[in-house]
Write a protein that binds this ligand. Structure first.
Ligand code: ARG
Length: 406
């Protein structure tokens, strides 16, 4: 008898290791484990592959997807200056559609009829996996073992012990962490009380090197048509640039976010994020746009950016509206070339110290109040008179017929 196959998004952690075994035992699937390198620090993919096989996977696929994450998901999101609820740079929301793309590709390659993920029923990630999969492959079934089996962490550890699955979990794990190139998300433990300060041990990317101090520093970020291409004049691929900036900004404590956010499933949750490079690049990119985008275009873009962030957060990366918004954003980016000087100070402060662009719209002759002033002051009088004409007409009628405008 030919067994049904499923491709599981495998992280190497406790839940997805148990899921490999469970999908075989409880559901009769042959399991293909898919693990992606999305830039999670300190991950040993050889060990992950071993663990998946030991848990019973018939096949393990490991993909270095960092560049794909950077080019296809991070870049369009940076260009949209997308921050969910004004603050969260969508770290986890960007890797999910990437993982979905690879799940679907692996399902086709191995003739699987289903994909599976290790999300719980309370989060956004299940939405992103499932809506994304339905968009790319409406014919595939979706299995969510962790949502179905109702095991506590304790039970999952017992399950692993009973079936001899190698896991690295400890019973007293405190936080749930998701990490990629664009940042790190931390949930659970004491931070579930929104009043409590996050303890120092939640942070990994945003602290001075152990025992050391760091000096303030300036970094010049170079952009070419909306794409970050250099740091201090040194050309870098996007992945390397993000990693380098992560180190510089993170060492100065920049990039922490403490947010009570609205999940798609109706829950408010307290989240801690570290996203030093993401926040620094958004800051620089927004600033360069303020120099290079024409006023109406800039204002319209500002209106659309929160919508873009919302769609991505909600798992609608593969939707016609997200695609159309990205087309708009892409069309604006041809103007966004130049350099931004970012200043980082210890204590988590970053600011834009200066900016310049060969195609910038700042015109010194128009802006200056000194002798070089080239603005035609006499034109302003007529302009302002006509601009205010409607208001003037309205005000005089008001005065004639009722109380004066206040
Ligand atoms: N709340 C964030 C989001 O929805 C982070 C989710 C992190 N996921 C996790 N499994 N820890 O994007």
């Amino acid at each position: 008898m030919i067994k049904r196959r499923v491709v599981l998004a495998y992280s190497g952690g406790l839940d997805t290791s148990v899921a490999v075994h469970w999908l075989g035992k409880e559901r009769g699937f042959e399991v293909i484990a898919l693990a992606l390198d999305v830039g999670q620090s300190g991950t040993d993919f050889a060990a992950i592959e071993e663990r998946a096989r030991a848990a019973g996977a018939i096949e393990v696929v490991v993909v270095d997807a960092r560049q794909e994450l950077a080019d296809d998901f991070v870049l369009p999101t940076l260009q949209a200056n997308a921050l969910y609820e004004g603050r969260y740079p969508l770290v986890s929301a960007l890797s999910r559609p990437l993982i979905v793309r690879h799940l679907v590709a692996a399902a086709r390659r191995f003739g699987a009829e289903a994909v599976a993920h290790g999300c719980t029923g309370k989060g956004n990630d299940q939405v992103r996996f499932e809506v994304g999969t339905r968009a790319l492959a409406p014919d595939l079934d979706i299995v969510a073992p962790v949502r179905e089996w109702g095991m506590t962490r304790e039970h999952a550890i017992e399950y692993a012990e009973r079936f001899g699955l190698p896991v690295t979990a400890s019973r007293d794990r405190i936080y749930s962490i998701d990490e990629n190139l664009w940042g790190r998300a931390i949930e659970c433990g004491v931070i579930e009380d929104p009043w409590e300060s996050p303890p120092a041990d939640v942070f990994a990317l945003t602290a001075p090197p152990a025992g050391g101090t760091v000096d303030p520093v300036e970094v010049v970020v170079g952009f070419e048509a909306g794409r970050p291409v250099s740091l201090d004049g040194e050309e870098l691929e996007l992945v390397a640039l993000i990693e380098r900036l992560q180190g510089i900004a993170g060492a100065r404590g920049f990039g922490r976010i403490d947010l009570v956010e609205n999940r798609r499933v109706g829950i408010k949750s307290r989240e801690i994020y570290e996203a030093p490079a993401a926040l620094a690049l958004v800051l620089a990119h927004q600033d360069l746009e303020s120099l290079t985008l024409e006023r109406d275009l800039a204002h319209e873009k500002l209106r659309l950016e929160p919508r873009f962030a919302e769609l991505v957060y909600d798992g609608l990366w593969y939707s016609p509206l997200r695609e159309a918004l990205s087309a708009f954003v892409a069309s604006t980016q041809r103007h966004v070339t130049g350099e931004v000087r970012l200043a980082f100070e210890p204590g988590g402060v970053a600011r834009v110290a200066g900016r310049r662009s060969p195609v910038g719209l700042y015109d010194y002759g128009l802006a200056t109040y000194d002798a070089a002033d080239a603005f035609r002051h006499e034109d302003a009088e007529g302009f302002v008179r006509i601009f205010g004409l409607g208001i003037k007409t309205w005000a005089s009628r008001q005065q004639a017929t009722g109380p004066a405008p206040r």
